[in-house]
Write a protein that binds this ligand. Structure first.
Ligand SMILES: [Zn+2]
Length: 183
């Protein structure tokens, strides 16, 4: 459900708790930031409590599949004792990629709530929409997007800005050393 214009009164309460749980996902994302990982965090919530939390650990684990969503889904399945995550909501700071969206649909949580959209590579409506339209997988997740979007986006932007600045500083140093070598 991307359309936020048809909010009813009781969504007000939902929205507040979405904010709360997204704050927890953001806390995970900040752990990723500190570990020099692309700062994405996720939590899985059931019956109003967090049953799993994870941050992106691709570099730490040297595992390209170690996205926050994948790790939190595995951990949630452990907590529930079942691969079916019915009745669960996944909160993630960035729109899930196609790999994670595929995994999400297999685990069947009721809802996916994300912070900032990813128009280039997102698979919850940004680039494609695997969560709501996946005839072979036969599960539909309700989607809420844009929860604490600015905070989620700012964290990513600051991470990539820092990475660019670092790369530029390295290039400048190499150039300087080369110039000194020629002189
Ligand atoms: Zn992913």
């Amino acid at each position: 459900m991307n359309d936020v214009s048809d909010t009813s009164n009781d969504l007000m309460m939902d929205f507040q708790s979405d904010d709360y749980f997204m704050q927890m996902a953001l806390r995970e994302a900040r752990k990723a930031y500190e570990a020099k990982e692309v700062p994405v965090g996720a939590v899985v919530v059931r019956d109003g409590s967090v049953i799993a939390r994870a941050w992106n650990q691709v570099e730490t684990l040297r595992d390209a599949t170690a996205h926050a969503e994948m790790l939190s889904l595995t951990s949630a399945q452990d907590a529930v004792g079942d691969w079916r995550l019915e009745g669960c909501t996944l909160y993630v700071t960035k729109e899930p990629c196609p790999m994670c969206a595929g995994a999400i649909v297999h685990c069947r949580p009721d809802r996916v709530v994300f912070g900032c959209p990813d128009e280039k590579a997102g698979a919850a409506g940004g680039w494609i929409n695997l969560l709501e339209s996946n005839p072979p997988l036969n599960h539909r997740c309700e989607i809420s997007s844009g929860v604490l979007q600015d905070e989620c986006l700012a964290l990513l932007q600051s991470f990539f800005r820092e990475a660019r600045d670092k790369k530029k500083a390295e290039r400048d140093l190499i150039r300087k050393q080369a110039a000194e070598g020629e002189a």
